[in-house]
Ligand binder design. Sequence first.
Ligand code: ADP
Length: 169
Amino acid sequence: MSTEQKRIAICPGSFDPITLGHLNIIRRSAQIFDEVIVCVMLNATKTSPMFSIDERVNMVRRAIAKYPNVRVETSSILLAEYARQYENAVIVKGLRAASDFEYEFQMNLINKNINPDLETMFLTASEKYTFLSSSVVREMATYGADLTGLVPNELIEEIEEKAKHWRKS
Ligand code: ADP
């Protein structure tokens, strides 16, 4: 590997919506890697997302605006296949609890089968975000709870607005 080659981190997820927990992992990755790609996955197994893919991408874009080496992409194919286009990429994921570990361990084995060169690295969740997930945010928003400290401030209004309609549907 030449020394000029950029090290790229891919942070994948559904980001439905992006939370401060996600952003914490993205920000820390941006300090370690030359470039970070936040990959919003069109996950076939997660049915009825709260936000459309365009809305999710848009929210990620606003949340990462202050990080010059972070950008957002989307993928509807398997992560291990998607990552092939980047020669030097590493998957970076956040680990919150033992349950995350079991799932991620399995996913890593599957990814390795498809793309043996692809490595996955894990960053442990920051203590204050250990219990934060997109589903917690969706649930809280649906009940009209205050989202301060859970999602980026600039996204609160959009999430609250969406939750109002979500409640009715
Ligand atoms: P969620 O599990 O919240 O629905 P995603 O499927 O979008 O989120 O998760 C994408 C990645 O972000 C996963 O690696 C997940 O472990 C990580 N992640 C999600 N929430 C947090 C958090 N609060 N702290 C650290 N990592 C997180």
